[in-house]
Design a protein around this ligand. Structure first.
Ligand SMILES: [Fe+2]
Ligand SMILES: [Fe+2]
Length: 342
């Protein structure tokens, strides 16, 4: 079965693709010239501002085609009574705000309908196992000088993204904490948190893929650092700290010649410890030089390190960890910190 998307702007279509693209085959059309064909379409998601007369007219024009689709979810710009009533009048079976948590949209789409739920995501444990295996394999490749399996990492990252979209972040955190240790646990948690953050920001599917790839790979340079240092309880000696701080550049070096890896992902690996105020490493970059994908990854990375349980430190509660993130406002982007709260 496939899902038809209809949006009044390209940006809305791209955000919807980001949320639904890993789960359903999609067809997308701009409302202005939408024409809906295909017998396999079982649901339509219409995202349009119904305060505009032109949009109402455009939806009416395709109303007979819409009527043949059993499930019709309308996302409205303001969940006002007017837009909601208008959406139902135009044939909606469900009306949601277009600021809705992506998980609620997925839930509404799947509902109790077995055909719609049939393509639903892998379970969290399988995704975590695939993710851990992929991270173990990339670490081993770096140590042995073999090529890192990018396609395998993409598959595992995609499975994690599906699991998060389906089961939510809490479920992912619990699964990863129960079954995985140390650096693998860290990479899996950062991937999950980055995906959940990206979904809540409404990023498109290409950006979501970049985010989970960057997160999976971000600490690959730690493969070369002894576990006695990575897992050392308490403060590191200055020379140990210097060694740990080589991991972003080491990760970049390991992957920089791969033509099939996008420059944005390489940049995120190299710069995920940079801060907006220039106090990070390895290059002491300042705000303008740090792209969005890196800013998102850095917040997820710090938050993850705080809530992790290690042999030498108990896990910190999420509320306390968020307070610490909030306290880093000069180093991390303030609007992103605000958005991260949910
Ligand atoms: Fe790192
Ligand atoms: Fe990290």
């Amino acid at each position: 079965m496939s899902v038809q998307l209809v949006g009044d702007t390209k940006a809305k279509l791209s955000a919807l693709r980001g949320i639904l693209g890993t789960r359903y085959p999609l067809k997308a059309a701009l409302l202005d010239d939408a024409s809906i064909r295909g017998d396999d379409i079982e649901a339509v998601v219409v995202d349009a501002d119904l305060r505009l007369v032109a949009n109402i007219t455009a939806v009416k024009r395709i109303s007979s085609q819409l009527g043949r689709i059993p499930k019709r979810i309308f996302l409205v710009d303001d969940k006002s009574r007017f837009s909601t009533v208008q959406a139902y009048a135009l044939g909606a079976t469900t009306v949601l705000s277009n600021n809705v948590d992506p998980r609620q949209l997925l839930k509404n789409l799947a509902g109790n309908d077995p055909t719609l739920a049939a393509t639903s995501a892998v379970d969290g444990r399988a995704a975590a196992s695939a993710g851990a295996a992929s991270i173990a394999s990339m670490f081993a490749s770096v140590l042995s000088g073999a090529d890192v399996d990018l396609e395998g990492t993409k598959r595992a990252g995609g499975q994690i993204a599906e699991s998060i979209a389906e089961n939510g972040l809490s479920d992912w955190l619990a699964t990863v904490r129960r079954h995985h240790e140390g650096t693998y646990q860290h990479c899996l948690l950062v991937t999950g948190i980055t995906v959940d953050f990206g979904l809540s920001l409404g990023v498109g599917s290409a950006d979501l893929e970049r985010l989970y790839m960057a997160a999976m790979f971000h600490d690959i340079g730690k493969a070369t650092i002894p576990l006695t240092i990575l897992d050392k309880p308490g403060r590191l000696q200055p020379q140990e700290r210097t060694l740990v701080e080589t991991h972003p550049a080491a990760g970049y070096e390991a992957l920089k010649d791969r033509a099939d890896l996008s420059p944005e992902i390489l940049d995120a690996i190299l710069h995920h410890h940079e801060y907006l105020d220039g106090s990070g490493y390895p290059h002491g970059l300042c705000a303008e030089s740090i792209p969005d994908i890196v800013r998102i990854l850095t917040i997820a990375d710090i938050f993850s390190a705080l809530i992790e349980h290690r042999n030498y430190k108990p896990a910190m509660g999420r509320e306390r960890a968020y307070e610490i993130i909030q306290g880093m406002a000069g180093k991390l982007e303030k609007p992103l910190i605000g958005a991260f709260k949910s």
